[in-house]
Design a protein around this ligand. Structure first.
Ligand code: DGL
Length: 267
């Protein structure tokens, strides 16, 4: 276990892969000039097909690494790791603020007009007790269609974003939501905002998509401002991956305008 880092450190952010870049984008917009270290655990993606123990152990290994690199707070930019492991991770590092991301059920309930909501997420998130609790607490008055999307994280990790194959794959997952006539779709995995345009093509322009990246950035900013003093070193966003640095660098340049290449790390 590590001692708490000093408040002049950085914010460590991680996901099973490139998906958490959607959260990183919101963090950079909400906290400009704040040092951020993003770790894509692409070598171990997808988390959504792993056991709870695997995801917990893997997330712990990644957090250990982020703390060694100077993180004084951690953002789990992954619904699956949050859903399965955040309780254990907070118990292991009680002195480190850990912010997670969960499917945006509550905002979806506020936005739906016909009380029909769809949730797209990984198999693990869809099957989790935590999601069941969120639904019971906030969506009891709505008809909710849950749809797991096996293979979607892999397809995004492989970089086939603009492919017609990706559009076809999304059609399978959107069909039950169309049949249920949902007017609001929760993007319950941080990878999915990067295929939001294709989901919109299937669902039509009147269906609203809910992504919680801005809410997570807001929460992170509130915690960080309670912790932080001005950063001392050069301020930048660093990118690391346990997978292929070329993919992370390419997507970070395309989506976030980050030109600095990603480094490969072995954990
Ligand atoms: N971005 C992760 C999430 O939000 C994907 C999990 C996975 O690797 O299956 O759940």
């Amino acid at each position: 276990m590590h001692s708490p880092a000093t408040p002049s450190g950085l914010i460590g952010v991680f996901d099973s892969g490139v998906g958490g870049l959607s959260v990183l984008r919101a963090l950079r917009a909400r906290l400009p000039g704040t040092p951020l270290l993003y770790l894509a655990d692409s070598g171990y993606a997808p988390y959504g097909d792993r056991t709870v123990e695997d995801v917990t152990q893997r997330s712990a290994r990644v957090i250990e690494h982020l703390l060694q690199q100077g993180a004084c707070m951690v953002v789990i930019a992954c619904n699956t790791a949050t859903t399965l492991a955040i309780g254990d991770l907070r118990a292991r590092w009680p002195q480190v603020p850990i912010v997670g991301v969960e499917p945006g059920v509550k905002p979806a309930v506020l936005r739906t007009r016909n009380r029909r909501i769809g949730v797209l997420a990984t198999r693990r998130t869809i099957a989790s007790e935590r999601l069941q609790r969120l639904l019971q607490d906030h969506a009891a008055a709505c008809e909710v269609t849950l749809q797991a999307c096996p293979g979607l994280v892999d397809a995004i990790e492989s970089g086939m974003l603009d492919d017609e194959g990706m559009f076809g794959l999304l059609g399978e997952f959107c069909a039950p939501l169309q049949a249920a006539q949902v007017d609001t779709v929760v993007l319950g995995c941080t990878h999915y905002p990067f295929v939001a345009d294709l989901i919109r093509r299937w669902m039509g322009p009147d269906v609203q998509l809910v992504d919680t990246a801005d809410a997570v950035a807001e929460r992170t900013a509130a915690v960080w401002q309670g912790l932080a003093t001005a950063p001392s070193g050069p301020v930048s966003t660093r990118l690391q991956t346990t997978g292929e640095p070329v993919l992370l660098s390419r997507l970070a340049a395309r989506w976030l305008g980050i030109e600095q290449p990603a480094e490969r790390v072995c954990l």
